[in-house]
Design a protein around this ligand. Sequence first.
Ligand code: HEM
Length: 166
Amino acid sequence: MDETGDKKNPVTAAVGEQDITSAVAIAGHPLHAMSVHFPIALVMATLGADIFYWWSADPFWIRAGLWSAGFAFASGVVAGVAGTAELLLVSGIRARVASWTHAIAAMMLLSVAGANWGLRLADETAVLPHGLMLSGLAAVLTGLAGWHGGKLIFHHGVGLMVSAKD
Ligand code: HEM
């Protein structure tokens, strides 16, 4: 049984009746779901750049890591703004514990992603070991946030905009 499907429990039944349709969308396409791919890919790319630098000592990977860390943070903030708007505006999203779990994991990710970029801006050579450690932590937090985001969509059916088939 899913967490909101217990119709005998009046609290979960009341949660199940609330609206879960995306409030931040363009022509039926939710903005948060559209934007999360960028921070996910760029966090992983930063980790990849750091590992290649560790392996090859080629300074190209320092510059690649600096840019990907910056865009991971910036695109994460953009995705976070859309996600926060969904969380605050849609009552059925606000009412679900899974939404807040995802939001906390995502905020931790954004903090680490910001620190990872700031570290490199202040000192490009800080990639080894601190940049690499932050990149590893950001990758783990991305997995955690992404997992809970997917749970919201695929278990709770949150943020969907299902149009009529006819
Ligand atoms: C920082 C505050 C954030 C909040 C409050 C938030 C909130 C939400 C909400 C409410 C949903 C359900 C779908 C919707 O209503 O659009 C969702 C889905 C999702 N979120 Fe976030 N989010 C945040 C940041 C992020 C970040 C930075 C990432 C990237 C790692 C992320 C990854 C995801 C994923 C992968 C989904 C599932 C989307 C899909 O499969 O289409 N979220 N988020």
